[in-house]
Design a protein around this ligand. Structure first.
Ligand code: CTP
Ligand code: MG
Length: 388
């Protein structure tokens, strides 16, 4: 991880004329949470982002406050301008007193940016001054005049530019100061100043809400039916540490035995996630008979299950119970929750962790092994019975 400081700008000063709602689109709720709050939270959740500046319209103070509710102190707002570029300029100015090395600029109307995209953009800024996430154009492109096709446009090499776009702060500020054209993104400003702009992988899910259609798609994306999966696992305890549990390496004089690192807690969560989407179990995806998983770190399995869920839904909540006499989970609870949340790319408040002993009864009571059970709640993008 680079030590360079990264700040984020979220643009929310637009009027949303193409969508045409009374309230600007970024303040509308999707699945019970405002579009802009979803965007802001993605940055606040990212430990590599120092602070977030949101550009809002002068008249939108109240609706902004209502949309974001109480948020942590890393968030400030500035009054934006009449154009997207003017809003960016105002936010850059606000950061200038204590400038970051890297700055990410994101449309407040894009609610579904992932931690993976943020990470890719920040990483690429180690080697480049300007980075954008992009997705290759998938549909055939037509130039249309007066309702009729006049040309088929070759789509090869064409990408849709998404945000967050990332820049080295100094060069971007200089480019903005020089910019005279009206441009719809910041990469355009850098291109005009002669900088190379590099593309990293975006995600189709990271779409911008522009029209009523997009708003409906966003709503569909978060409000399918809810399913619950459960997982259970046991591993034997043997002498000699360290103990790997919940993705943490603990300084204990015992460890869990198994084919992989035997992280019983992560295995239970992995099975719960797979259960919620009806996608087999951990053994089906990572057979113990397969030598490549010998000694494997179990966060690999959990990441894979999370990815599988992400293709069809959103993880709403994980609830884990660890059953053991030792170690005492209380002092480790917070670190464990955060580690699980990190692996699953979730806010840690969506991860619950409980522990219990069995009053010295049974195999867990005798310290012969540790058991874990988990529940995963997943909101599906569509009815699981709907045609694929
Ligand atoms: N934006 C901004 N300040 C402006 C114009 C736009 O902060 N003066 C922001 C929008 O809030 C949005 C992003 O820039 O998050 C992308 O712009 P766009 O999708 O065009 O949003 P609007 O300008 O609000 O929509 P429209 O063009 O339909 O009016
Ligand atoms: Mg606009």
């Amino acid at each position: 991880m680079s030590a360079a400081i990264t700040d984020a700008i979220v643009l929310a000063a637009g009027r949303g004329t193409r969508l045409g709602a009374q309230t600007p689109k970024q303040f509308l709720a999707v699945g019970g949470k405002s579009v802009v709050a979803r965007a802001i939270d993605a940055f606040l959740r990212n430990e590599r982002v120092r602070r977030v500046v949101v550009a809002i319209g002068e008249e939108d103070e109240d609706v902004f406050s209502a949309a974001i509710g109480p948020r942590a102190g890393r968030l400030t707002s500035v009054v934006g301008g009449d154009t997207r570029q003017a809003s960016v300029a105002a936010a850059l100015e606000a950061l200038s007193g204590d400038p970051p090395r890297k700055v990410l600029i994101h449309d407040g109307a894009r609610p579904f940016l992932s931690q993976a995209i943020i990470g890719r953009v920040i990483d690429a800024l180690d080697a480049h001054a300007a980075v954008i996430p992009g997705v290759p154009v998938a549909d055939t492109l037509k130039r249309v005049e007066a309702g009729a096709v006049c040309e088929t446009v070759d789509r090869s090499g064409l990408f849709q530019a998404q945000t967050p776009q990332g820049f080295l702060f100094g060069p971007l500020k200089d480019a903005h100061a020089l910019s005279t054209q009206a441009l719809t993104d910041d990469a355009g400003v850098m291109e005009a100043a002669g900088h190379a702009v590099v593309v990293v992988a975006g995600e189709r899910g990271n779409f911008k809400i522009t029209t009523q259609d997009d708003l409906a798609a966003a709503e569909r994306a978060v409000t399918g039916m809810t399913t619950v999966g459960q997982g259970f696992d046991v591993h034997r305890l043997v002498p000699g540490g360290p103990l790997i549990l919940c993705g943490l390496t603990l300084d204990e004089d015992m460890r869990l035995a198994g084919h992989s690192d035997a992280d019983v807690a992560l295995h239970a969560i992995t099975d719960a996630l797979l259960g919620a989407i009806g996608d087999g179990d951990i053994g089906a995806h990572f057979p113990p008979s397969d030598a490549q998983w010998a000694g494997a770190a179990s966060d690999r399995f959990l990441r894979d299950a999370t990815e599988r869920v992400r293709r069809v839904g959103e993880v709403m909540h994980l609830d884990l119970t660890i059953i053991c006499e030792r170690p005492k989970i209380g002092p480790l609870r917070d670190a464990m929750r955060r580690r699980i949340a990190e692996i699953c790319d979730l806010d840690h408040r969506r991860v619950s962790l409980k522990a219990t002993t069995t009053e010295r009864l049974g195999f867990t009571g005798r310290g012969e092994g540790i058991a874990a059970q988990a529940l995963a709640t997943v909101r599906r993008f569509a009815d699981p019975e709907a045609a694929p």
